[in-house]
Write a protein that binds this ligand. Structure first.
Ligand code: 39S
Ligand code: MET
Ligand code: ZN
Length: 742
């Protein structure tokens, strides 16, 4: 028999109950009991939903109040001392690591001021995890009442036997880093021996609690692993974890890529009961993995997309499953989601406004749980047992393929006319910068922000009223103009050099642009967690993209009339628009990216990839923003973009990484973010000065801009003003210090 499995379920809830509960707790508006209760209710509902959908294997410990990697940091007692020293309640210590904590002393407790841990993109998704920061000689200890065990028992008490999911020891270490803030230099992988006993203890506890199998995620198996120590860590770890006398069976799960280049790791995993692979992202790996697994091992086929919202093509999935069955036998096959469903919205049932034609093409998390069950039944009991479902699916696939929504000949025509000159700026950087300096007259260490200012409740409510028709466009636009006036006034008061309009008209930097382009559709409830309590509602690209309605130019122009200082206009680049939307799966992503670039270019010849930014005058200064700290990995790609000024996320990473700019003699301007905007914590002027001093070890004073890590939309006004004031003062200090020196 072939069973079906779901590697993990989204945890926010159908109506973002978890977001609301967490934010209410942070705001002091609800108790910890009420937060914990919401978690429990959501877990129960999600397990039941999957059970009723017919999924055989359902995950537990996929729930998290903030992030699953952060959960493991606490589970292993790997919390840095700067958090533990306050003796906070475990949940508060946990949130302090996620978002920092800054609070004055009270009669009963001392003052707390601690920044958050670093937050990083989860592989190439738009989810972000909290990076483990480890000490030299880091010790690990299993927390009391370990979460994976208690959540397993919780499900069991509800009559549902789950498969607990853990992040594997090798991935946990590989995704971590030395705690440089506390002076440590350890290479995380060398800590494996210290960590393994904790996994052993936990696995035994899970088995004792009744878990027959545990899913251990080792997603780093899809990465290149050049360090031989990483590969040998798999051997050390899995030979031990799969040999526990009283341990559970272990399924090793990989996702978001293929493991073909790491097949030499598989022999270390022979005693794992199954290997899971992502066949949506990397279908070509099946044959090789089938040959490489051991004869006793099962293979879990990730056939239902955990990253996108398209209905699974049943015919194709069944063909793949049958091929695998022929190769190794039905008893060794599991049909699964490609990854956790964390990256998909909760349920299609909530969408009442989608065109019916289009809604029939989609499948969200709840529907995907049904898909794995149908597929498993089809290959176990025969096609006839799910005839109706298969017919409906085939009809839907056909309808999508032949729909007029998906093909627009005019777009294809325009795409065929892209010429080489559309890729390049008019003059080289040095000439452009000379003209820009004359035009803009900026001081040394110019200060700016990334674009957004606080998206207050008032702004969101105004937008909600517009959507509901309670106010009209004119009233809404007047409201937005008032917000822009406020943002400009505040920036002038703070003393920033290059201003922004603050982006109040945008619900989200991706959704906003999607809503103004054809080829997209939008949802009302399809939220996906981005980090912590923050969610996005990615627009869906269903067809060829084109024909922008006028957008955002009006707001920027209005903002410029309010000040003599230079005003920067903000656009979301085509690649980000693509990758943070739900892209089509029937057309190559490069084609979709090009369509987006053309669409954006056509209304404003100014954007962050070359087709969009070329055709701009020399004295127009292009700022490109990248909120990734791993810039060294794509240094050459960003260099090729030829932006005049580049702003990058940097405040949480080692300033030494900036050395790449020095080594490569990068000539253009750079603003490495000087403070973290994801946390409400206000950085002091001294902290920012220290950070700038570090940057000046690698960057020339005349190329350095002073800005925050990213946009300020998630912040409140008081902390925004305080932080930017400290930032501007720090910049002024260096401006004086270097006056006449460069
Ligand atoms: N797409 C995307 N990806 C990104 C980023 C980003 O900004 N966008 N930034 C980086 C980090 N990720 C982030 C992700 C989300 C948010 C964020 O602020 N999200 C908001 C939602 C933004 C939004 O769409 N807001 C809408 C609607 C919000 C809403 O909930 N409205 C209420 C009504 C108003 C209210 O009570 O607040 C409702 O519908 O019930 C609007 O402003 O119009 C949130 O979770 O709170 C920030 C950063 C990387 N990836
Ligand atoms: C996630 S990058 C954000 C860029 C956007 N212009 C903002 O400031 O919010
Ligand atoms: Zn950013």
């Amino acid at each position: 028999m072939v069973s079906s499995s779901v590697l993990g379920f989204p945890r926010m809830g159908a109506n973002r109950e978890l977001k609301k509960a967490t934010e209410a707790y942070w705001a002091g508006k609800s108790s910890v009991e009420s937060l914990i209760d919401t978690g429990k209710t959501l877990r129960a509902a999600h397990w039941r939903l999957q059970k009723e959908a017919g999924a055989d294997i359902i995950a537990s410990n996929d729930f998290s109040f903030y992030d699953q990697i952060l959960d493991h940091i606490q589970l292993f007692s790997a919390v840095p001392e700067r958090y533990t020293k306050y003796g906070l309640a475990p949940i508060d210590e946990y949130f302090a690591m996620g978002r920092g904590l800054q609070r004055p002393a009270t009669e009963t407790s001392s003052a707390v001021d601690v920044p958050s841990l670093e937050m990083v993109k989860w592989f190439d998704s738009n989810y972000h995890y909290v990076k483990p920061t480890l000490a030299d000689n880091q010790t690990f200890k299993l927390s009391s009442n370990p979460k994976p065990v208690s959540e397993f028992l919780e499900a069991k008490s509800q009559g549902i036997t789950t498969r607990p999911v853990l992040v594997g020891p090798v991935s946990f270490l590989h995704l971590g880093k030395a705690d440089r803030a506390a002076g440590h230099k350890v290479e995380p992988i060398t800590l494996l021996e210290n960590l393994l006993p904790v996994y052993e203890e936990l696995l035994v506890k899970l088995a004792e609690a009744g878990a027959e199998t545990v899913q251990i995620d080792e997603p780093i198996l899809v990465l290149d692993l050049p360090d031989p120590r990483t590969k040998s860590a798999f051997k050390t770890a899995y030979e031990r974890l799969t040999a526990l006398a009283n341990g559970p069976k272990i399924v090793v799960a990989t996702y978001f890529g293929d493991i073909v280049h790491n097949l030499d790791v598989l022999p270390s995993l022979t005693k794992a009961s199954a290997i899971h692979i992502d066949l949506v992202r990397a279908p070509q790996q099946l044959d090789k993995v089938l040959k490489a697994i051991s004869p006793s091992q099962a293979i879990s086929l990730g056939l239902v997309d955990g990253r996108n919202i398209w209905k699974t093509n049943f015919q194709r999935a069944i063909e793949t499953a049958q091929k695998a069955i022929e190769a190794v036998g039905a008893d060794r096959i599991v049909i699964s989601t490609s990854s956790s469903l964390l990256h998909t919205p909760h349920t299609l049932d909530s969408e009442k406004k989608l065109p019916a034609e289009v809604a029939d093409w989609f499948s969200f998390a709840a529907e995907k749980a049904k898909e794995v069950a149908i597929l498993a039944k089809a290959v176990t009991s025969g096609i006839a047992s799910v005839q109706a479902e298969l017919e409906a699916n085939a009809k839907s696939m056909d309808a999508r393929k032949n729909s007029t929504r998906t093909n627009d000949p005019a777009v294809k025509e325009r795409q065929s006319k892209i010429t080489p000159d559309m890729y390049n700026r008019k003059s080289p950087f040095a000439d452009r910068m000379a003209q820009q300096q004359k035009h803009l007259g900026l001081p040394l260490f110019p200060t700016t922000t990334i674009g957004s200012f606080p998206q207050t409740k008032v702004i969101r409510l105004a937008r909600q009223k517009l959507t509901k028709g309670e106010i009209d466009t004119t009233e809404y636009e007047q409201f937005i103009n008032k917000e822009i006036e406020l943002v400009v006034k505040e920036q002038e008061a703070i003393g920033l050099d290059v201003l922004v309009h603050g982006e109040p008209e945008r619900n989200d930097m991706v959704q906003y642009f999607g809503e103004r382009l054809t080829g997209y559709v939008f949802t009302t409830h399809a939220w996906v967690q981005s980090y912590g309590s923050r969610c996005v509602r990615p627009p869906i690209i269903v067809g060829d993209v084109s024909r922008p309605a006028p957008m955002t130019v009006k707001e920027s122009k209005y903002a410029q009339t309010l000040t003599k200082k230079p005003m920067k206009g903000m656009l979301t680049g085509p690649i980000t628009c693509l990758r943070w939307s739900f892209p089509r799966d029937d057309v190559h992503q490069s084609v979709q990216a090009e369509q987006l670039a053309l669409a954006l270019r056509s209304f404003w010849k100014c954007l962050s990839t070359k087709v969009s930014t070329s055709g701009v005058e020399d004295n127009t200064q292009i700022h490109s923003h990248f909120c990734y700290s791993e810039f060294q990995d794509f240094f050459h790609a960003i260099t090729a973009l030829d932006a005049d000024v580049m702003s990058i996320e940097c405040s949480k990473s080692d300033a030494k990484l900036l050395k790449v700019f020095e080594d490569e003699a990068y000539p253009r301007h750079i603003g490495p973010g000087v403070y973290d905007i994801h946390s409400p914590r206000v950085p002091s002027e001294q902290e920012i000065k220290d950070r700038i001093a570090e940057m000046l070890q690698y960057l020339k004073p005349e190329q350095l801009w002073i800005d925050p890590d990213c946009g300020l939309k998630t912040r409140q006004w008081p902390e925004t003003k305080a932080a930017l004031t400290n930032m501007v003062n720090a910049a002024k200090y260096y401006r004086e210090k270097y006056a006449n020196k460069v």
